[in-house]
Design a protein around this ligand. Structure first.
Ligand code: PDD
Length: 283
């Protein structure tokens, strides 16, 4: 029996009852987080906590107990017997339940808080061989920095990519590469690594931040500069980052093959550094 966390209590997941008047259900008026459990610790809980609090603040959603998230996440791992299994914890906080009107409820209502955990390993084939991505116009709003559950443009774009045989789609806005439907992207031109700067056009990925740190520690020149989509043909390698991807090489953008379809040396170096750091944390 799966255990979930719902509005302050751990209960069987199939007993969670969310009102049809919940603003998450009616308007996707909520935020979320996804954090990885590496059989002994959560990956950068501090980073996830500060992004969670930022999303709540930007959305003006009040969850006074947000500092309880680390213990909620640990409670879910324990209660679902996941201590020894690589897992993901999902948290969603909505503006709560109220009669449907677009404006916020006049009388504030408590946020709806739901969290769950499931075992999920990184797909080793995907991470080793790399993935092909499609390139598409970014159809999203300009507050992609908020980890909002309003993901329809991401979902529709990804589905189109998947139906065309790609694993992810990369977005282009005003002629520049921003990020992907559920990951960030890095592009290498020789020894320089480019990734879009933090702005309303990307989600500030926890993995992205740590990869930038690891790359700089390794002496790589990382530039947080928008990369022009019309220069994709010049890149020597690319990879995507995310809680569900770690660092996954990109071997093709539509029909443009990168580095003869193989992961490049900077990507491999960073994957090794990422793994080594995890191994040190596990030890
Ligand atoms: N997605 N950009 C977008 C649009 C994302 O949805 C995600 C993560 C990322 C990478 O962020 P991080 O490194 O913090 O996981 C970038 C999560 C995992 C999801 O929606 O399931």
């Amino acid at each position: 029996m799966e255990t979930a966390f719902f509005n302050g209590n751990f209960i069987p997941k199939n007993e969670v009852k969310i009102s049809p008047d919940d603003r998450g259900f009616l308007f996707a008026d909520g935020i979320y987080e996804v954090i990885r459990w590496y059989t002994g610790f959560f990956y950068d809980m501090e980073g996830h906590m500060s992004r969670l609090k930022r999303s709540l603040k930007e959305m003006r959603i009040s969850w006074p107990e947000s500092d309880s998230f680390p213990s909620v996440a640990a409670g879910l791992i324990e209660r679902n017997d996941l201590k020894d299994k690589p897992s993901l914890v999902y948290l969603q906080v909505t503006r709560g339940t109220a009669v449907r009107t677009h404006a916020f409820p006049v009388q504030p209502v408590p946020a709806t808080v739901y969290a769950s955990a499931r075992s999920l390993s990184i797909n080793p084939g995907m991470a080793d061989r790399g993935v092909r991505v499609s390139v598409t116009e970014d159809p999203r709003w300009n507050r992609c920095d908020i980890k909002s559950v309003s993901l329809l443009p991401n979902i529709l774009s990804l589905q189109q990519a998947v139906e065309s045989g790609f694993s992810e789609c990369v977005f282009v806005r005003n002629g520049f590469i921003t990020e992907c439907s559920h990951s960030n992207i890095f592009l290498a031109g020789g020894n320089v690594l480019y990734t879009h700067p933090e702005s309303g056009y990307i989600l500030s990925g926890i993995t992205r931040k740590n990869v930038i740190r690891l790359a700089r520690e390794a002496g790589i020149d990382v530039r947080e500069t928008p990369f022009p989509a019309n220069r994709l043909n010049d890149i020597t390698e690319a990879f995507i980052t995310g809680t569900s991807f770690e660092i996954t090489p990109v071997t093709a953008f539509d029909d443009f093959i990168v580095n003869r379809g193989r992961p490049g040396p900077l990507t491999e170096l960073l994957r090794t550094k990422f793994r080594e750091e995890l191994d040190r944390m596990i030890a």
